[in-house]
Write a protein that binds this ligand. Structure first.
Ligand SMILES: CC(C)(COP(=O)(O)OP(=O)(O)OC[C@H]1O[C@@H](n2cnc3c(N)ncnc32)[C@H](O)[C@@H]1OP(=O)(O)O)[C@@H](O)C(=O)NCCC(=O)NCCS
Length: 165
């Protein structure tokens, strides 16, 4: 079902093959979130509205001399009929929570220079363009590299009454 949704969300050549998506979903460093709705009109059955797949990676980030831990968005897909209702935002909040909980420095991704809707979506959440990869999609279409820096987790405050060294 996730593969069928990915085929609807991306044009041929950019949508993942079944084998690619399967390998992403099963990779040990990947995580997937699925957004569902349950409606009475569908006899209480769950209907998939969207999903996102991310992977922990090490990347050379802006202003960092050596590769740093980051969350790489492999895909985020929202069904056309469910768009502009906050489903993508819900999946993005899951990614932000995950990246922060893992103490990662950034969320990174590639997006087609032709995908203006997705670029606006990422800009809405504060992502910035860090580079361009010529011919990233099938050697034909360039990709923009985007990055969002994550706030470091503040160290836990000492419990009341605890003494320092
Ligand atoms: C990009 C995508 C995930 C956005 O999902 P969504 O559920 O529609 O996003 P949200 O409703 O949470 O949108 C949050 C904000 O992003 C911006 N945004 C999202 N889609 C937009 C669009 N088509 N045009 C302009 N701004 C857009 C808006 O600021 C929006 O807030 P608003 O609706 O209050 O104005 C969805 O369009 C999608 O699945 N597209 C096809 C697959 C894709 O391109 N994925 C990204 C590949 S890198």
């Amino acid at each position: 079902m996730l593969h069928a949704l990915d085929q609807v969300c991306f044009p041929p050549g950019i949508a993942y093959s079944y084998a690619e998506l399967r390998s992403f979903l099963h990779h040990p460093s990947s995580s997937t979130a699925v957004a569902c709705s349950t409606s009475a009109s569908q006899n209480g059955e769950e209907h998939i509205l969207g999903f996102a797949v991310v992977r922990s990676v090490r990347r050379r980030l802006r202003e960092s001399p050596s590769p740093a831990p980051a969350l790489h968005i492999l895909t985020i897909d929202v069904a056309p009929e469910a768009r502009r209702r906050g489903v993508g935002g819900l999946l993005m909040r899951w990614m932000l929570q995950k990246g922060t909980a893992l103490n990662l420095q950034s969320i990174v991704l590639e997006v087609s220079i032709e995908n203006h809707a997705a670029q606006r979506f990422y800009r809405h959440f504060g992502f910035e363009v860090t580079g361009t990869i010529p011919g990233y999609y099938n050697g034909l279409t360039d990709a923009l590299e985007l990055e969002l820096r994550l706030d470091p987790v503040a160290p836990a405050a000492p419990a009341a009454g605890a003494t320092g060294e």
